[in-house]
Design a protein. Structure first.
Length: 221
């Protein structure tokens, strides 16, 4: 199955179903502390990562943070930013949001402060972050690398990992796990849909929410 097929199937799955699939498979990757601050709808794609830090940037021509990521991204990308320096300084801002929107980027996930969130809302551009700020990155933080390993709320994320985000959570999935995670989540969605039909048909709730539901996430279920 192509990466595009994976992304399209992920977009049809809510994060709670994917989280249940991770639990069933004894995997991790759920982040529940990055609420949506802008945009609407579920997003899914492959991670383009950005790591910010303090001190001197790596050698090479100076570039504004985030621009390399935007130029490396496409319509199947979600930009994932780590800014956990402890310095309050924006790791993303309004012009970057506009550039990402023009590039077709699905959205931004940031562990760190984001500036110009009202501009992102005006553009209906999805941003998930734990903090907002007015403080610029200039003279405070620098980009340490693009498409390098990052840590988002304690979860290790590599470039190319799959990302899904909605109003329940942000979830990261390793490429080696994507097939079984999607298949498991789709099976969970199908079982829950059958249970919903039973509720609508008048089946008593204790029957619907009995052993079928309680055992659904066991490894052999």
């Amino acid at each position: 199955m192509s990466d595009q097929d994976h992304v399209h199937r992920l977009r049809r799955l809510d994060c709670c179903a994917i989280s249940d699939a991770l639990d069933k498979l004894c995997l991790s990757g759920q982040v529940t502390s990055l609420p949506r601050r802008a945009g609407q709808g579920r997003i899914a794609g492959r991670a383009v990562t950005v790591k910010l830090g303090t001190g001197a940037p790596p050698p090479g021509p100076p570039r504004h943070l985030g621009t390399t990521a935007i130029e490396a991204a496409n319509s199947e990308s979600i930009i994932v930013v780590e800014q956990i320096t402890g310095v309050e300084a924006g790791c993303w801002g309004g012009l970057l949001t506009l550039g990402a929107k023009v590039q077709g980027v699905q959205g931004v996930v940031a562990d760190g402060p984001v500036r110009d969130i009202d501009e992102a809302r005006d553009l209906n551009f999805p941003i998930f972050t734990n903090r907002t700020t007015s403080l610029t990155a200039r003279s405070r933080v620098v980009e340490m690398g693009t498409n390098v390993p990052v840590t988002i709320c304690g979860v290790s994320v590599a470039a190319g990992d799959f990302v899904v985000a909605d109003d329940s959570a942000v979830i990261f999935i390793k490429p080696d796990d994507i097939d079984r995670v999607i298949s498991t989540a789709e099976a969970i969605v199908a079982r829950e849909a059958a249970m919903a039909r039973a509720i609508l048909a008048g089946t008593p709730m204790h029957e619907v929410m009995g052993g079928n539901y309680e055992n659904m996430l066991k490894a052999d279920a």
